[in-house]
Ligand binder design. Structure first.
Ligand SMILES: [Zn+2]
Ligand SMILES: [Zn+2]
Length: 487
């Protein structure tokens, strides 16, 4: 079942489908003794059919029950194999890290530990540690020197923090936007160009003068270049055409962010009716001082956006266009996991939830998304909503994308804070944070303070947006566990 090679091109898939179905029907006609073989063929056909669920329903109606049961068992088996392989193929090996799952392997690792103990005495302490640990954690896949970038990671969902000026940061990637004042460019260019290269040092010896003049010319050139960059940045900036209250650094960010979340929650438009779900949703967020319902909504929007793009390209027979989460794919089609499957495996916060506001948030999400996402309200019941909420609460990080602000002081460690269930506690924890986001791989990095060990990695936002770079804070050896400073 594993590594089943199915054709990728649409016309080949169609031929393959026809071949497998007719082969299945032929052996099925031989009666019960052909069922095992028939099940294999029908299962293969299922793998290339654009809408597998539809085909399962057809099978259910048209083939003998006993045969149908075998096919279902094969599907269940595939899901099981996939589940077991999760931490073998995730994170992708090019990220230089791996996850050790102490929940599932507790028994086996203890047994392994005993076995090893016979061979080498040094293994003893490892075994003890492994028995105490619970959860799944991130480890270095190779040696790193201090300052090395171990990997970069894009977020699944992100949001600017409440209270952050929307006109100052891109709603998509949280990068700092350029203001009109900053690009009063013509005046500034004139100003800089007027700056004469100093001639005061003329009387000193010739070499030095040249050096000074050169540096000043370089500074002048750099200033002009920066002004040009600002102007370009300003020209690329855009906003939501409907509400005009949400700003983007580029049309690229807008085209990604708008379908994933903003189209659902945009409060703009002709109607000023305060009872519109969009308005009520905005109200709920601000009165509860929370962004978790927004992040949950964005999670669904992102999930849907990625999956529909995948389906469309599959139906059209073109390769799936890359999206911001393509880096999570394993390169093995039968072992690719959906965003939902990634989220499911993250740890949860254990805080009890306020079910009254959860129920309100959920009903608003259903009102906002329901008409655009068919079947959402059946899928997202209160239990699932709370589950997603707790995963997000436990794993989102708040941080600053404002490079200018974070580099001038010792904020690098405090600018990364894990968001708590309720948003209020986060606000007190970091004054410089402006955004919050969920990262799948980085969610497996442990808190240094919780483990009472020094941190050995830093989260850096080197591009000044939500793209995270994991940087080695000290030298790290292969198989070291990774710890980040969290306040
Ligand atoms: Zn952006
Ligand atoms: Zn809008």
């Amino acid at each position: 079942m594993e590594g089943l090679d199915v054709p990728q091109r649409p016309e080949e898939r169609e031929a393959y489908f026809m071949k497998e179905v007719s082969a299945g029907e032929a052996v099925c006609a031989q009666g019960e003794k052909g069922y095992e073989q028939a099940a294999k063929h029908f299962y293969h056909a299922l793998k290339v059919y654009p809408n597998p669920i539809e085909l399962v329903l057809i099978y259910q109606r048209t083939i003998p029950e006993q045969l149908f049961t075998i096919i279902m068992a094969m599907m269940a088996q595939e899901v099981k194999i996939k589940k077991e392989k999760y931490y073998e193929v995730f994170p992708p090996s090019d990220m230089n890290v791996y996850v050790k799952d102490f929940n599932a392997k507790n028994k086996t690792s203890a047994a392994e530990g005993k076995k090893k103990k016979k061979d080498t005495k040094e293994e003893e302490p490892t075994q003890e540690v492994e028995e105490v640990k619970k959860g799944a954690f991130l480890f270095a896949g190779k040696d790193f020197k201090q300052g090395d970038v171990i990997y970069t990671e894009e977020c699944v969902v992100s949001s600017l923090l409440p209270g952050v000026d929307a006109a100052s940061f891109c709603a998509g990637c949280a990068t700092v936007l350029v203001t009109k004042e900053q690009v009063a460019i013509e005046d500034k260019v004139k100003e800089v160009e007027k700056e004469e290269v100093s001639e005061e040092t003329l009387e000193k010896d010739g070499e030095k003068i040249e050096e000074v003049q050169e540096t000043e010319a370089v500074i002048k050139g750099e200033k002009l270049q920066q002004l040009k960059k600002d102007q370009e940045k300003y020209d690329n900036q855009t906003q939501c055409p409907v509400c005009k209250e949400v700003f983007y650094c580029s049309s690229k960010c807008r085209d990604e962010h708008y379908p994933q979340i903003h189209q659902y929650v945009c409060t703009g438009g002709e109607s000023s009716d305060e009872s519109r779900p969009e308005k009520k949703f905005a109200q709920l967020l601000s009165s509860n001082n929370t962004i978790i319902p927004y992040l949950v909504g964005m999670f669904f929007g992102t999930l849907l956006d990625i999956e529909t793009t995948k389906e469309k390209s599959l139906a059209m027979g073109v390769s799936t266009p890359t999206n911001k989460l393509s880096y999570l794919s394993t390169g093995n089609k039968s072992l690719d996991f959906t965003v939902w499957e990634h989220l499911e495996r993250l740890s949860s916060s254990e805080k009890s939830s306020d079910s009254a506001s959860d129920a309100e948030a959920l009903s608003l999400i259903n009102a906002l998304f329901g008409s655009k996402i068919a079947g959402l309200s059946e899928f997202v019941n209160l239990e699932r909503y709370v589950m997603i909420k707790e995963k997000l609460a436990a794993n989102c990080f708040a941080f600053s994308t404002n490079l200018a602000e974070s580099s001038d002081s010792e904020k690098s460690e405090t600018s990364v804070a894990k968001i708590c269930d309720s948003f209020k506690s986060l606000e007190s924890s970091g004054s410089s944070a402006n955004a919050v986001a969920l990262y799948i791989v980085s969610s497996y990095i442990s808190s240094a303070s919780e483990a009472k060990v020094p941190s050995n990695v830093d989260f850096k936002f080197l591009d000044g947006n939500t793209k995270l770079s994991l940087v080695a804070k000290s030298d790290i050896s292969k198989d070291d566990q990774l710890f980040v400073g969290i306040v």
